[in-house]
Design a protein around this ligand. Sequence first.
Ligand SMILES: Nc1ncnc2c1ncn2[C@@H]1O[C@H](COP(=O)(O)OP(=O)(O)OP(=O)(O)O)[C@@H](O)[C@H]1O
Ligand SMILES: [Mg+2]
Length: 521
Amino acid sequence: MEAIGNLWSQLGSIMASIMFVYAIYEQFFPPSLRTYIRKHTQTFTNFFYPYIQITFPEFSGEKLRRSDAYTCIQTYLSENSSKTAKRLKAEVVKDSQTPLVLSMADNEEITDEFNGVKVWWYSNHTTPKTQSFSFYPASDEKRFLTLTFHRRHRDLITGSYINHVLDEGKAISTKNRQLKLYTNNPSDNWYGYKRTKWSHIVFEHPARFETLAMDPKKKQEILNDLVKFKKGKEYYEKIGKAWKRGYLLYGPPGTGKSTMIAAMANFMNYDVYDLELTAVKENTELRKLLIETTGKSIIVIEDIDCSLDLTGQRKKKKEKEENEEDQKDPLKKAKSEEEKGSKVTLSGLLNFIDGIWSACGGERIIIFTTNFIDKLDPALIRRGRMDKHIELSYCGFEAFKVLAKNYLDVETHALFPVIERKLLETDMTPADVAENLMPKSVDEDSDTCLRNLVKSLDEAKEEAEKKKKEAEEEAKKKAEEEAAAKLKAEKEKEELAKEKEVSCNAKSDGDGGVKENGVLH
Ligand SMILES: Nc1ncnc2c1ncn2[C@@H]1O[C@H](COP(=O)(O)OP(=O)(O)OP(=O)(O)O)[C@@H](O)[C@H]1O
Ligand SMILES: [Mg+2]
C-alpha cells in the first residue's frame, strides 16, 4: 500500500517537472526556434521509429466535400470494427438498408491484417483552439483516420492494401444501400427550385428470380448472363466495348416482363430508371436524362412499340401521305399537332443506346419491353444494341410448379399431371395461373385452388375453341362471300363480253347494210 503511495507521489513530481520544463520551453524559446527543434526531433525520431502513418481526412478538396475515400474506409472498418473495437459510434445513415450503422468511436484503434501483414487504424479528430467556452461540439472539428504500418511493407500497403480497403468499402455500401426507382419528370418541370430531371422513391419490389415462374434452364441462362456482366469490368475494357448490356423482353401481357425487371434489379442490386419516352420532348432531352443516370443501374423503356412510332424510315412515306390528308381536316390537324409533342426519333433512341456518350459511367443495363416484337424496327433490336432477346411466354408446367410452390407451398399433388396436360392444350399466362392459385378466402386450401385452376383451364380451352370456331366460321363466310363475289364478277364479265359481242355483231350487220346500201348506191 505504502509502495503504491510512493509510486503516485513520484509520478506526480515527474509530471510537475515535465509541465514546468514545457512552460519554460513555451515561454523562453521563440517560435522559429521551436519549429527548428520540432523538425529535428522529428527527423531524429523517424530514424528510430520504423512505422509509417497515412492520414485520411473526412473533408478534402477545395470545396471541402466529404472525402469518398474516408467514407469507403469507414464503411470497410465498420464491418471489422463492430467485431473488434470496444467503443463504437452509432449513426443513422440515409439510403441504407440497415439504418443504424456502427463505426469505431473517436480515439479508438483497431488492427487489421492483409496478406499476413498487420496494420493499425486509428480514428481521431482535432478541435481548433477557441477562446470561448461552449457546451456544443465545435462545428469545425476535423476528423481523420490514420493508418499505421511498418515501413518494410510500404509497397504492399500503398500498392494493394489501400485499394483493397476502398474496393471493399464501396462494395459493402453498394450491398447495403437501398435501391431506388427513378422516373423522369416532364421537361417543363426541370427548372426552378429543387426541380430535377429524375424523381425517385425507394425501390422495394419483392420479386426474386427464385419466385419467377419460367423454364429453369432459361432462368439459369439469364442469371449466368447477368453474373458475367457484373464481373465483366476488365473484360469490357479488354474488348474495347462500353460496359453495358441490352435486353429485349417480349411476350404477351401478364407473362412477367415487369416482374423480371424487378427481379433483375434485386439480383444485381441496381437502381431502376423507368424512362417514360412520351414525356421526353426531343433527342437532346433524352441525352440529358441519360447523362444524369448513375452507374449500377437498369434503364427501362416499357412497351417500346407504344411509347413512340419507332418503326423508322419504312413507314415515313405512308405517314407523310396520311399527314397531308390530315392537314385538310381541322379536327385531325389539331390531334396530330398534339401528338407531335414528343419528337424523340428512332435515330435519337439508337444514339441513346449505343452513342459514344452512352458509355459514360458504365455498368448499365438497358431493357426494352414489348408485347409485339414484330412491330419493332430491326435496327432497334439487332444484336449489339439489344444483346439478348428474352421471350416470356404462356405458362408451361415448369413455370406452374414455381407458382404452386410460391402461392400454395405445394410441390406435388394428384392434380399436377392433369394440369400439365391441360397447360399444353391451353395458352394461359402466368398472371392468370397465379390469380387462380391465390386463395380467395381463409377456407380455400391448396386442393380448392388447384381445382379452380383446372376449371379455369377448361373454360379457357372452351373459350379458345369457341373463338377458333368463330374465326373459322368467319373465315369460311368471308371465303364464301369472296367466292360468290368472284363468281358474280365473272358472270358480269361474261355478260358484258356477250353484250359486246352482240353489239359488235349488230354493228357489223348494220355496216353490211350501209355497204350494201353503198354497193346499191
Ligand atoms: N413469370 C411470372 N412469374 C411470377 N409471377 C408472374 C409471372 N408473370 C406474371 N406474374 C404475375 O402476374 C402479374 C403481372 O405480371 P407482369 O406485370 O410482370 O406482366 P407483364 O409481362 O409486364 O405484362 P404487360 O405486358 O401487361 O406489362 C405480376 O404481378 C406477377 O404477380
Ligand atoms: Mg409490364
